[in-house]
Design a protein around this ligand. Structure first.
Ligand code: PFF
Length: 455
């Protein structure tokens, strides 16, 4: 019986503990750093509309599937997939889905840590009053100098990686649960304060119109793929992070309610970030499509001008750091759980191994903003960082999600899925099953084919 199964790594203390941890994983740099800049690069409204549709029709059903598989497997994603496949009479090769997730997690963490390092550095800039009275141009120059200095970036990247591995070594459940409980609401409140500031820029409506007025002529096939990829990235889907968290979920908890709460919180944070940033972009005549530096070039202008800006700015970057921290630990948890299960490693040595490897890969991202930023070091016009981001968010995660959908709805016996889902209403199960069986796989495939110009 599935109920009797227990993860050797323990369980969350309650459903709420899982919600906090999974929201901690979902809400991160993806919402506050990435969502605004890719929205800016892809023309705004239509991109946001596709992203929201993907969250609803693809993201939520796949998140439910991942939690369900994790809870039924009660092991790291690699072992859970192997075990569930044998239980369902399918090929043991399904374990490679777990492997692909582990690799995606390493690759994402390698650059995630570098960008989280930027947030870390900006805490000190904000606190020391570096933004006070500095205009848009000065803030831009400051950022340019910062990313042009590889040694500084490496130092911050190292610090963040160490912070991540310390928490992973102590066990995800003990480490950040308490912090997330207070910091998530704090982040939320600060974003509302920033939206309040944006209301007074005189360009709030322009910002809103940019975000919410869809103009589908502006959306390319590639933009469509980026919007879908971001739905996976922002909800931490397609690589086993949510699956491994699901494996620690108590058997009785309702998967549907839990997942809807997480997805709603995540989406709200992203939209608030957009509403805080774009009015500033337009008020200061900045370029919405200016890339990964967007929040570091916009919000500091606001912090430099508003009353109490030193305090707000410092808090903002501290909260951003925590949001990134609670996401980064989930990126290596599938690998760490597997190393413990299959290689008898202690949590601590598993964390050190993972940290060292990802730290090295991260150097490629550090150099993408300085030594290797020139045209001669680009492939298809993309830097190492751009390529890594594209490969993980737009290829690996959606493919992983597609296979998770295929496994849950085509390989797994519906009665097994139904038993694990424990939904009160038969119609709700039927709807979920229909979505993962048809809508998700077809949706993801269509977006892939459109992006390569095949349709
Ligand atoms: N969801 C995180 C964010 O939006 O910042 C990033 C992430 C974490 C992606 C964990 C994937 C993952 F497994």
């Amino acid at each position: 019986m599935a109920e009797k199964r227990e993860s050797i790594h323990g369980q969350w203390s309650s459903r709420w503990a899982f919600i906090l941890a999974a929201t901690g994983s979902a809400v991160g740099l993806g919402n506050i750093w990435k969502f605004p800049y890719i929205t800016g690069e892809n023309g705004g409204g239509a991109f946001v509309a596709v992203y929201l549709i993907c969250i609803l029709l693809i993201g939520i059903p796949i998140m439910m599937a991942e939690v369900m598989l994790g809870r039924r497997g009660r092991r790291s994603p690699i072992n859970a997939m192997r075990h569930l496949a044998s239980e369902e009479g399918a090929s043991p090769h399904w374990k490679y889905l777990g492997w692909a997730g582990v690799i995606a997690g390493f690759l994402i963490l390698s650059y995630y840590s570098v960008i989280a390092g930027w947030a870390l550095a900006y805490i000190f800039r904000a606190a020391s009053g570096s933004f006070v009275g500095v205009g848009a141009e000065g803030i831009g120059t400051m950022f340019g100098h910062f990313i042009g200095d590889p040694e500084a970036l490496i130092a911050w990247h190292t610090l963040f990686m160490v912070m991540t591995m310390v928490v992973v070594a102590r066990g995800v459940r003990g480490g950040l649960e308490a912090a997330v409980r207070f910091l998530m609401p704090g982040l939320f409140i600060l974003l509302i304060v920033m939206v309040g500031y944006a209301l007074n820029t005189g360009h709030f409506n322009e910002g809103l119109a940019f975000l919410f007025t869809p103009n589908f002529d502006k959306l390319t096939g590639n933009g469509l793929l980026i919007a879908m990829g971001h739905a996976f990235f922002t909800l931490s889907l397609g690589m086993g992070a949510i699956m491994v968290y699901g494996s620690y979920l108590p058997s009785k908890a309702s998967i549907t309610k839990t997942v809807v709460i997480i997805a709603a919180a995540d989406t709200l944070v992203a939209l608030l970030a957009g509403m805080a940033i774009f009015p500033i972009v337009f008020a200061y005549g900045l370029e919405p499509g200016s890339g990964p530096g967007l929040i570091f070039q916009t919000l500091p202008i606001a912090f430099g001008q508003m009353p109490g800006g030193v305090l707000f700015g410092t808090f903002f970057f501290i909260l951003l750091l925590f949001a990134a921290w609670s996401s980064s630990i989930s990126l290596v948890e599938p690998a760490v759980a597997w190393l413990i299960e299959n290689h008898g490693m202690t949590r601590k040595s598993a964390a050190i191994w993972c940290g060292v490897i990802t730290w090295f890969v991260g150097l490629g991202t550090v150099f993408s903003f300085n030594y290797l930023s020139g045209e001669e070091f680009r492939l298809f016009g993309k830097t190492f960082f751009d390529l890594l981001d594209f490969l993980t968010s737009n290829v690996m995660l959606p493919l992983g999600g597609l296979l998770i959908a295929v496994f849950s709805a085509w390989i797994m016996r519906p009665e097994d899925a139904r038993e694990e889902m424990r939904m009160g209403y038969p119609k709700a199960f039927a709807l979920w099953h229909f979505l993962v069986r048809y809508v998700t796989p077809i949706g993801v495939s269509v977006v892939f084919l459109r992006a390569i110009g095949a349709i």
